[in-house]
Design a protein around this ligand. Structure first.
Ligand code: ADP
Ligand code: FRU
Length: 310
């Protein structure tokens, strides 16, 4: 594959999934229907879906030097996702892990995430990336606890500086995802990228009760020319551009809900993929909902390689 790359910066972790007949009661004991490991983390999932859709995809994040890291690296390779700019922290660091309880009745996923000591990507790491090789760089809004400065803000500013002297077609497009409400620092990212993905949970935490309310509120805090995109589970998605034009998409439910883990990451990937192809915002979020809906009907994401979206 040739041409400029799409990079996703953020978390890669191991998801340890137990598929349960019913959601368990506290202090109960049940035999699960299935159990498996898979690669997780928003940026890792997004980069994998981008590759499945046909993008030249790269993931950037940090690895620990443990067995879980070897599992993750092999998995990235099997998806054709480059990890060329990832840094491996040597001894004493632990790969983040999530225990996932998957309810086979409705595909709901309950996530118990553990992130112990692996540092976040810094601007210094990011400076090794030659921006001329990229058409789009997506950042997962990560917490800011290992550095006194918010490194995602600095990396986005670094891209802005690079873009300054270039024509629009040569510039690197940027997007950022604001998902977890427990991270107040994410607010700082609202006006730092060209496309801002806000989650339902993040919006509800700010008292916004629908996808339309969310995009209308957040676009006011974005920078000139930016667009805001918001996925809202079974209610599909909405987006608004800088001119205030609101667009929406229904969701596309699968025949049977199987696994909703990473539906949001899949939506982000498919929407970004469509936008990199020059698709209009309205059609891009519809494509995002179609691919995310298809994902909810299958275990994991590999089956997205062969989906037929009509
Ligand atoms: P997450 O909780 O993984 O961040 P969301 O619940 O916001 O993600 O869903 C992202 C997208 O996935 C939605 O816009 C929708 O298109 C699709 N989706 C999510 N849940 C369902 C569902 N139950 N049926 C069909 N599509 C869904
Ligand atoms: C899904 C996901 C999982 C991971 C968790 C981290 O969106 O990325 O793969 O365990 O969220 O919060």
């Amino acid at each position: 594959m040739s041409g400029p790359r799409v990079m996703s910066v953020g978390l890669a972790c191991v998801d340890i999934v137990s598929v349960c007949k019913n959601y368990p009661e506290e202090d109960s004991d049940q035999r699960v229907l299935d159990f498996y490991w898979q690669k997780g983390g928003n940026a890792a999932n997004t980069s994998s879906v981008l590759s499945l859709l046909g993008a030249r995809s790269e993931y950037m994040g940090n690895f620990a030097n443990d067995n879980e890291m070897r599992f993750l690296k092999e998995d990235f390779e099997s998806f054709g996702v480059s990890t060329a700019h990832c840094r491996t922290y040597d001894t004493g660091y632990i790969t983040p892990t999530s225990i996932i309880i998957m309810n086979s009745q409705n595909g709901s996923r309950t996530i118990l995430h553990a992130s112990k000591n692996l540092p976040e990507v810094t601007l210094e790491d990011f400076k090794a990336v030659d921006l001329k090789n990229y058409k789009w760089i997506h950042f997962e809004g990560r917490p800011c606890f290992n550095t006194p400065t918010y490194e995602i803000v600095r990396m986005l500013a670094h891209i802005d500086e690079y873009n300054q002297s270039l024509s629009e077609s040569e510039q690197v497009q940027t997007s950022v995802e604001l998902e977890k409400p427990a991270r107040p620092e994410l607010d700082q990212l609202l006006d730092k990228a060209n496309y801002v993905f806000v989650s339902k949970e993040y919006s509800q935490n700010k008292g916004l009760n629908s996808k339309e309310e969310a995009v209308n509120a957040f676009v006011k805090r974005c920078r000139k020319g930016a667009s805001v995109i918001c996925a809202w589970g079974e209610d599909g998605a909405a987006a608004i551009d800088c001119e205030g034009q609101l667009v929406t998409s229904l969701c596309f439910p699968p025949e049977k809900l199987c696994d909703t883990l990473a539906a949001g990451d899949t939506f982000n990937a498919a929407t970004i993929f469509a936008l990199t192809k020059g698709t209009k915002l309205c059609d891009a979020i519809t494509f995002g909902c179609k691919v995310a809906g298809a994902k909810c009907g299958m275990q994991g994401i590999r089956g997205l390689k062969n989906i037929n979206l009509t």
